[in-house]
Design a protein around this ligand. Structure first.
Ligand code: MEV
Length: 438
């Protein structure tokens, strides 16, 4: 059995690789080859990547693709997407083209409020705690002014600090519930630094508050951290058109519109379907979030909490038919940044931002929401018409051919063949064997 290792992080990259391949792989020579093949020959670039995290032993590549022709508020975008799933970029591009011919996407920012909380325990009289909070509120802000001054200069900063009594959910539990405006920064570091300062001031001042008895003076700070649930950092994206413009023939268009409405109604009513429906939305959202160096785990957590905000997990998109107009829309909570973090370090992320014409955080929220809406439209459209497998398997065909070790010429022949035939896994393997035997 492999023994635990002390001081792994202090080893050089080569030593780390030696240790991992000799202890955890069967063929250490080929494992080493794979790890080193993914290194970048540009040593500065490699060093940059090595230093993003601890214990880097190689790079992990994902495809970086472009979905062009997104008309958003009358401006044309080509959207960069980093994703491994074969059909996502194709579906996004298809939906973009579809809506390009029907007026494009319209978006609105509904709010930009970020949230952070100091969680603390207090045993004593709540009315005294309220008095203390009133007396200390301005000091909370002023003692954090070193942290906030640059953000304030640019028009952001602390928006509000509230005292919240949470004792109905947990004995003795209270919060400083704080809201912030962080402009083009995602704001995690800014918010967490402010919160930690609030906590310090709050605890120290409590010790001198004359109305408190000894137990009350002893406020116990549990933790200070931003919340990734940002229901008031919200963006809306929508598309609409007269029903008859949805397809070439009016009867088909009416049926299609009705089916889209039914599909969304099912995703609203039924959590199993809602999760998959929303997963399709996140195919688009995460791909842009990753390409632009934002935190997809934060976005995922916040978006799914929002999907359950009414007490039951439900669809993030909505659809209606009103006076002959089909409308399809989404509202997403998205705390994003276009400055700081990876956005100013990672060369591909910087390029993605340039391709998006250097968006502000608000513009990026709109682009990401559009990518999610487009992806959902494409998925549900396939589901209620041809079924999803037709498109999926066409895109997956190349993965299967690569697994089989097909040559470029064989790939061409089989891609042509499967333009007219259903590309199931078995059918591809059969066709490949037949071709090799010919
Ligand atoms: C697959 O990645 C996403 C879909 O399952 C989404 C959906 O069912 O709406 C196709």
């Amino acid at each position: 059995m492999t023994k635990p290792i002390q001081g792994f992080s202090k080893l050089t990259k080569e030593e780390k690789i030696d240790w991992i391949v000799s202890n955890y792989t069967q063929d250490s020579k080929s494992a080493r080859l794979i790890l080193t093949r993914y290194w970048n020959t540009d040593t500065d670039l490699q060093k940059l990547h090595d230093e993003f995290i601890e214990n880097t032993i190689t790079n992990y590549y994902l495809p970086f693709g472009i979905a062009p022709n997104f008309l958003i508020n009358d401006k044309l975008y080509a959207i960069p997407m980093a994703i491994e799933e074969s059909s996502v970029v194709a579906a996004a591009s298809k939906a973009a083209k579809f809506w390009l011919d029907r007026g494009g996407f319209k978006t609105t920012i509904l709010g930009t409020e970020k949230i952070g909380q100091v969680h603390f325990m207090f045993t004593g009289d709540f009315s005294k705690l309220k008095n203390f909070f009133k007396s200390v509120t301005s000091k909370l802000a002023s003692e954090a002014s070193d942290i906030t001054k640059n953000m304030v200069k640019r028009g952001g900063g602390i928006s509000k600090i509230e005292l919240r009594d949470k004792t109905t959910v947990l004995d003795n539990y209270y919060q400083l519930h704080c809201t912030f405006e962080t402009l083009d920064a995602m704001g995690a570091n800014f918010i967490n630094s402010c919160l930690e300062q609030f906590a310090k001031t709050f605890k120290t001042e409590a010790q001198h508050f004359s109305e408190f008895n000894d137990a009350e003076k002893n406020i116990e700070i549990v933790m200070s951290i931003l919340s990734n649930y940002v229901p008031n950092c919200l963006v809306r994206a929508e598309v609409s058109c007269p029903i008859e413009e949805l397809t070439d023939d009016t009867e088909n268009a009416i049926n299609f519109a009705k089916k889209m409405i039914q599909a969304v109604a099912i995703a609203k009513a039924e959590p199993h379907r809602a999760v998959t429906h929303n997963k399709g939305i996140m195919n688009g959202v995460d791909a842009v979030i990753l390409a632009t160096g934002n935190d997809f785990r934060a976005v995922e957590a916040g978006v799914h909490a929002y999907a359950a905000k009414d007490g039951k997990y439900s669809s993030l998109t909505h659809a209606s038919i009103d006076q002959g107009i089909f409308k399809f829309w989404i509202e997403l909570p998205l705390a994003l940044g276009t400055v700081g973090g990876l956005t100013s370090l990672h060369p591909l992320v910087k390029l993605a931002m340039e391709i998006l014409q250097k968006p502000s955080a608000q513009e990026l929220m709109q682009i990401v929401a559009v990518a999610g809406l487009a992806q959902n439209f494409a998925a549900v459209r396939s589901l209620v018409t041809t079924g999803i497998q037709e498109g999926h398997m066409k895109m997956h065909l190349m993965n299967i051919l690569n697994q089989l070790g097909a040559t470029d010429q064989e790939k061409d022949t089989l891609t042509n063949h499967f333009k007219k035939n259903a590309a199931t896994h078995n059918a591809v393997v059969e066709a490949f064997k037949n071709l090799r035997n010919q």
